[in-house]
Design a protein around this ligand. Sequence first.
Ligand code: NDP
Length: 497
Amino acid sequence: MVPGASGIVDGHLVSTSPATGEEVARFPVAAPADVAAAVERARAAGLWWEQLGYAERKRRLLRFRSLMTQRMGDLAALMVAEGGKPRIDATMEIFVTVEHIAWAAKHARKVLGPRRVGGSLLQPEYAGRLEYRPYGVVGVIGPWNYPLFTPMGSIAYALAAGNAVVFKPSEYTPAVGQWYVDLFQEVVPEHPVLQIVHGLGDVGATLCRSGVDKLAFTGSTATGKKVMAACAESLTPVLVECGGKDALLVDADADVRAAADAALWGAMTNAGQSCVGIERVYVHEKVYDQFLQVLVADAEKLSYGEDPTKDIGPITMPGQRETIRRHIDAALADGGRALLGGPDSVRGPVARPTILVDVPESNPAVCEETFGPTMTVAKVKSMDEAVAKANAVPYGLGGAVFSKRHGVALARQLRAGMVAVNSTFAFAVLPALPFGGVGQSGFGRIHGQDGLREFARASSIAKRRLPSVVPLLTYRHTEKSVALGERIVRLMHGRSR
Ligand code: NDP
């Protein structure tokens, strides 16, 4: 097979190393009946898991987090072998993931547990009680680029909320998924609360139609639309986390060295295969030349190759290599210049760091997701121009702003779900911050309180505690009680302010 390719051999899904082409793992492909059976088992397991309660679920999830931390060397090695990631990228992915598992476990009760909600002056006889109950069975479909961090943003939060999960990993990274599903079964051996089904996209499509109570999808926008359409057939609610074309803005008063460092890392980490990777940079004309000088000098020092000690590893998915090549070629054909890299940037499974300037805004390198170690840098006359250009793509996932005085103000103008100020990716490492996009980047949120609520439904209970002064919800009202009600309502709401 082509290095990094996956495929079905004798009814098994086979994953290979993007660096060497060697087989990494093979798993039986789940037939539709297997997916249905997994969801059926999950239904019973979910009831058990919900009844276990917040405290015990927290204990199990924290144990899961601890075991993952203790065995992070094994997990990182597998992520390197199957995804081609540099070792350091794999290790950092584990650091951030265990933080999220712990946060979800520790906060679930506070965010979702039963609480009293305020009453009404007109109807003081009723007490409101709110809690968030699990959906039951959540289907999770994940991508390959962050095969641990990304699915776990749904899985850990769904489990903490009391759901059972059936997970379909990317065909390119099934072994990584199987690793942590097996690990979870060590801490929850009683019932199949977290299960995995392997296969290609059709297995994901089957999961969408399998009767799961909610489907959390992370992947490309094109597949996200198919997932929504499949889930619409049964009105299954969906969470859709899709691609992006994130921009980094550099203001005239920015710390240019820090901005160049962040832009480089944000664009090149994980070989540029990050949904919130920096793909476009807009720099104020006053600091443009200085920014480019630092950026290119730093980028020239990056190492790349199949070896996991390099800064930039191979491109995981063979088909993506062609997209990267196409975008670089399109940029150069359209008047763009490569300050680093060029037409031969993609060699075998590896793409070398590529910095493009003078690329028209309509070019695919500027407006389509490239998903490789490339970036475009453009000079702007003002930050208004930078914001307008950053917002001119249909995606709206993340972004970054460098400015000493106007960072937050600029961040608020970006049409994106998340923005880092004087940094990049920072929103992903703060577990309390919701993660998700707008527009073609999808909707719904993982992480934080919103991420927990995403996997639970509000359950509202209104309980009578006193007889009614103004009986509204009965035929037993009188003219006097209605008149009293009118006086109260006029007093409360009738005055113009
Ligand atoms: P894909 O959309 O190709 O695949 C995502 C998942 O969906 C895979 O498990 C895939 O299975 C499965 N799938 C494919 N077809 C269907 C179908 N018809 N029905 C249901 N499931 C299906 O994305 P990639 O794996 O290539 O991931 C890269 C994309 O993910 C990028 O666009 C990136 O920006 C985005 N992403 C978004 C993130 C976010 O949080 N917003 C985070 C990380 C990545 P199979 O692999 O077997 O085809």
